[in-house]
Design a protein. Structure first.
Length: 338
């Protein structure tokens, strides 16, 4: 399995996801600002991937702020805050930054060691997420070729190597249980059309692309057996923040009686938040919506609402599956209005 992130010669090496699908380009990032910029531009994207990148950015900071074996803790902690703030919704970023920041008093080497542990364990954890998710899909839908729906990109590009929801789809396909994957383009940054299409083609998995608003219509038309998505933050009651468009997909799946499964590692679960009302939703720049491939498509001055994520209430989620299996929310799930 090719890795999308690596640590080589004191640099974070990452597949530039902005260049795909037309160019497979590697970034070699050696400063904190370069990593933050890559996360902001979604050159590095996907909750687990930005967590790993954030951890290694703190390690870069610790090395840069070490003189005569002494690490300037205040300077590194200031960088750690900037790194954690790069994108607010995926809890993996703050989780990873906090985890490596605990090693700052032990020096730059200890910070890097912890960041490399996070890098190394990501593949194993997300393989387990994928395996448990695939098992649940087969239990719910039967051992047959399945018509699966997914959204955004949750493959190896969004993690170090394995993926989450798309990792499960890959395992199901390897076992002959995928008839076709239907997925949305994921406006405005087109993670689906650019990245999921690229990964599914690379894996030789039958797939069809559609506009995001066609996915609920496909579910209503009985075109899907199961919906599989990733997550950026799962709250204590099971509410899920994920790419914008997930909520409408969950509503459609509920209406169609189709399982709606969320695949994510435990590093995406934030039990400090009781429910989704407290999740900070990243609001992105208007020009992502008003332009397309650099061409302005909306009249000058058009006002824009461009949230990168939405929140799906737990009652619309069939299951959240982690590396430990089905996640049991520790908080109270709201009952579905009858
Ligand atoms: C396994 S990736 C999880 C999650 O992250 C993506 O967001 P973005 O492309 O903005 O980084 C998307 O919401 C995926 O479902």
């Amino acid at each position: 399995m090719t890795r999308s992130l690596a640590w080589e010669d004191a640099a974070l090496v990452a597949v530039d996801q902005c260049a795909l699908p037309h160019e497979y380009r590697l970034l070699h990032l050696r400063t904190v600002d370069e990593v933050i910029d890559a996360i902001n531009r979604l050159a590095i994207r996907g909750a687990p991937a930005i967590g790993v990148a954030g951890a290694l950015a703190v390690a870069i900071s610790a090395a840069q702020h070490t003189r005569n074996g002494q690490c300037d803790e205040l300077a590194v902690r200031a960088d750690a805050r900037r790194i954690a703030d790069a994108r607010p919704t995926a809890v993996n970023l703050t989780w990873a930054v906090r985890r490596v920041a605990e090693r700052i008093p032990q020096g730059a080497g200890a910070v890097l060691d912890e960041a490399l542990v996070i890098l190394a364990e990501d593949e194993r954890l997300n393989l387990a997420v994928s395996e448990h998710t695939a098992d649940l899909v087969l239990r719910l839908c039967g051992h047959r070729p399945l018509r699966l729906v997914t959204h955004c990109n949750t493959g190896r590009l969004a993690t170090v190597a394995r993926g989450t929801a798309l990792g499960a789809i890959g395992l199901l396909a390897e076992a002959g249980h995928v008839e076709e994957v239907l997925f949305g383009e994921t406006r405005p940054l087109l993670q689906g059309a650019r990245l999921t299409a690229w990964e599914l083609a690379e894996a030789n998995i039958p797939h069809r692309l559609c506009v995001d608003s066609a996915l609920p219509a496909a579910l209503a038309a009985g075109m899907a057996d199961c919906v599989l998505v990733g997550a950026d933050r799962v709250c204590a009651n099971g509410d899920v923040a994920n790419k914008i468009g997930t909520y409408s997909l969950a509503l459609a799946a509920h209406q169609a009686g189709v399982p709606f499964i969320v695949a994510a590692p435990m590093s995406t679960v934030d039990e400090t938040l009781a429910d989704g009302s407290a999740i900070v939703i990243e609001q992105r720049e208007p020009d992502e919506v008003t332009t397309l491939a650099g061409v302005t498509i909306a009249p000058a001055g058009t006002r824009v609402f461009n949230p990168a994520f939405d929140v799906t209430p737990a009652e619309l989620v069939t299951a959240v599956v982690t590396e430990n299996g089905t996640y049991r929310p520790v908080g109270a799930r709201r009952e579905v209005a009858s």
